[in-house]
Design a protein around this ligand. Structure first.
Ligand code: AMP
Ligand code: MG
Length: 346
């Protein structure tokens, strides 16, 4: 049975993604999708093209140019993967917030062009909330605390009093940007998180680093300076530094996530964001949850990194509760916060 079909466009930072989701409850699980955990909400396609560098971090203008160059192909590849054409699409959603303005504009303009050409409704979506809702539907968890650990964002989010509230967050960089910054300093390219993970596997000895949890918030700036100084001194084994870096900052994240779970009396932890693909962070989260008799839900990597499928899913659930947006009034919202969003669908 066919439900509503949404094409979602993601372009907040390094990734241009196009995902297609069908909201029908009875649809069969598609063979192309790796997770057996899904019944409701069917991913028909999830295609992306990411900007990477050999050396150095994300340059906003270069990321924008990357998105401009690949946007038409990514959307067409998603349609082809789903075996659909634009006439089969019922709704177009795009990541409207938060993110890098030059990148957001490319996704919005592509969504607007498709909406105008094919006369389809359009809806703008908050990227952080999309991470949470795709995790909720795919993992079938009901009311989780989400540890959202991505490049630009690091937040502990939970639904409380009619809103998605931020119970703790970074006071400076996102944890991914922190890892990427340290990797860049060591001469590794972007993204640096997976490279630090590989090096950390060879680490043997823990090197003392600052541990910075302030109330429910975390901060990475001082740790990064300390790590860079230690690296520059040449006195430390690089694998040990990477190992210690991961152990320290992941322990900080797990500590605040656990405190949010205790405070909200919630028994589910959901992971999201590119850094949550890290196996060591996942192990630490699972252990914390086991110790407090809670469930730890880890969506497939394909929806934890930035992707269009989650934007499509969030588009579907918001569209059903509040309808589409007025294309003439739509603009990007680079600084919108998770708790600014009116939650009409829960
Ligand atoms: P996102 O912004 O959610 O797409 O996530 C991108 C960030 O995730 C980048 O900062 C990457 O370095 C980081 N990342 C991706 N995979 C891993 C991993 N396995 N371990 C740590 N960080 C990772
Ligand atoms: Mg993200």
């Amino acid at each position: 049975m066919k439900g509503l079909i949404c094409l979602g466009i993601e372009s907040t930072a390094h990734t241009f993604g196009a995902g297609i989701m069908d909201d029908s409850l009875k649809s069969k699980i598609s063979n192309s999708y790796e997770s057996p955990i899904r019944k409701k909400g069917k991913i028909l396609a999830n295609v992306k093209d990411s900007y990477t560098t050999e050396k150095g971090g994300i340059h906003p203008t270069e990321a924008k140019n990357h998105h401009i160059a690949c946007k038409d192909k990514v959307v067409q590849d998603a349609l082809d993967a789903a075996g659909l054409s634009m006439k089969d699409i019922d709704l177009i959603s795009f990541s409207q917030s938060p993110g890098m303005a030059p990148c957001l504009v490319v996704g919005m303009e592509k969504a607007k062009a498709l909406s105008a050409e094919y006369k389809k409704p359009i809806i703008g979506i908050n990227h952080c909330i999309a991470h949470l809702e795709i995790g909720r539907v795919l993992c079938k968890c009901k009311d989780p605390v989400m540890l959202y650990a991505s490049g630009a964002n690091t937040q502990i989010i939970a639904y409380d009093g009619g809103k998605y509230r931020i119970f703790g967050e970074t006071l400076d960089n996102g944890v991914g940007n922190f890892l990427d910054g340290f990797a860049r300093h060591m001469g590794l390219g972007f993204p640096g998180g997976p490279k630090i993970y590989e090096l950390a596997l060879k680490g043997k000895e823990y090197i003392e680093l600052p541990y910075v949890v302030k109330g429910m918030d975390v901060s990475f700036g001082g740790i990064q300076t300390n790590l860079k100084q230690k690296f520059d001194s040449g006195k430390f084994n690089v694998s040990d530094l990477c190992y210690s870096c991961q152990e320290t900052v992941f322990a900080m994240l797990v500590e605040v996530a656990e405190r949010a779970m205790a405070h909200c009396e919630k028994k589910e932890l959901l992971l999201g964001g590119g850094v949550a693909c890290n196996i060591r962070l996942q192990e630490m989260c699972k252990r914390m949850c086991a110790e407090r008799n809670a469930e730890c839900y880890i969506p497939p990597n394909s929806v934890m990194i930035d992707n269009g499928a989650m934007i499509a899913w969030e588009g579907l659930i918001e569209f059903k509760s509040r309808g589409g947006d007025d294309i003439g009034k739509l603009d990007i919202k680079p600084y919108e916060r998770t708790d600014d969003v009116k939650v009409s669908w829960r």
